[in-house]
Design a protein around this ligand. Structure first.
Ligand code: NAD
Length: 286
């Protein structure tokens, strides 16, 4: 059975990358997709590219609580219900935590945490009240990251936001179960999207991808969306998506120290010990 056929799905961050690929896959599976993005024009282009009506695209800054609520209200007025909310919009800031400024922390908190909270606030009560369809009332799918499950030096602040998204998803899942509302978190490793393509280390003009070997072999957004929807279909709590994420998560659960060589290398590459940041160099705790 296809659980997406005829269902209504609201996808945030749908103009690009994983969100755009989710919109394509959901539309192909027969869902009515509302594509929401701060880049409203990009969302409209994406809607037209997948053969959906241009007016299924909306401009939405997920940091704006009342705007999110009004997009949800408009979606229900138009389609009668919301079966899936894909809280996918997100940003990344990468580099040495010593180089983070107040505004960097605030942006990450606003988009990656508050943006998800605003979606849950607007959609969860509505899902609880809407009619059961096929044995469930709704499914909230939050895009977290493998860095929401394991340590990610160089992505420290980003990882904090994704751990928050995982915590929210796992706890709400248990609370919402009794109402027939499902909650899942998608946890990919690095995916070849504009976010990954253009990411730069704080205070550095060289793209991260040029610093990390093997970056060119990243899985694409289409692959990520396909695997993510497979996990959603099976109502998995955590959906690690990629082989690297599956392996990293299993190793970390088995024995956290097993990942130390990887995290040390990540720290050296993405958060190098730079004297310019006022930190001592050449010292390392084992
Ligand atoms: N690409 C990766 O390696 C990777 C890995 C793990 C998790 N993720 C997560 O996947 C999600 C999608 O990332 P992506 O790689 O597709 O990135 P992307 O940059 O290609 O797409 C992100 C989209 O979110 C939109 N967006 C940004 N801020 C917004 C806001 N305030 N309101 C609404 N829309 C906003 C952007 O306009 C863009 O269209 C993010 O939550 C990201 O953290 C990405």
């Amino acid at each position: 059975m296809n659980p997406f056929e005829g269902r209504v799905a609201l996808v945030t961050g749908a103009a690009s990358g994983i969100g755009a690929a989710l919109a394509v896959a959901l539309h192909a599976a027969g869902a009515k997709v509302v594509l929401a993005d701060i880049d409203g024009e990009g969302a409209r282009r994406q809607a037209m590219a997948i053969g959906a009506d241009a007016d299924t695209a909306v401009t939405l800054d997920v940091t704006d609580r009342s705007l999110f609520a009004s997009v949800v209200t408009a979606t229900v007025e138009r389609h009668g219900r919301i079966d899936y909310l894909f809280n996918n919009a997100g940003i990344a800031i990468v580099g040495n935590t010593l180089a983070m400024e107040g505004n960097d922390w605030d942006r990450l908190l606003d988009v990656n945490i508050r943006g998800v909270v605003h979606g849950v606030e607007a959609v969860y009560p509505l899902m609880v009240k809407q009619q059961l369809l096929g044995g469930w009332r709704g499914h909230i799918v939050n895009t977290a990251s493998i860095s929401g499950l394991i340590p990610a030096p160089g992505f420290t602040a980003y990882a904090m936001t994704k751990h928050a998204v995982v915590g929210l998803s796992l706890s709400l899942r248990e609370e919402a179960r009794r109402y027939g509302v499902r909650v899942s978190a998608i946890c990919p490793s690095v995916i070849g999207t504009p976010m990954a393509e253009h990411a730069q280390l704080l205070g550095d003009s060289v793209p991260v991808k040029d610093k990390v070997q093997g970056f060119v072999r990243l899985p694409g957004a289409d692959y990520c969306a396909r695997k993510a929807l497979k996990g959603v279909r099976r109502n998995r709590a955590l959906i690690p998506v990629t082989p690297a994420a599956h392996i990293g998560w299993r190793l970390y659960r088995l024995w956290p120290g097993l990942l130390r060589p990887v995290t040390r290398r990540l720290a050296d590459t993405l958060a190098p010990m730079a004297a310019s940041l006022g930190a001592p160099t050449g010292q390392r705790e084992r």
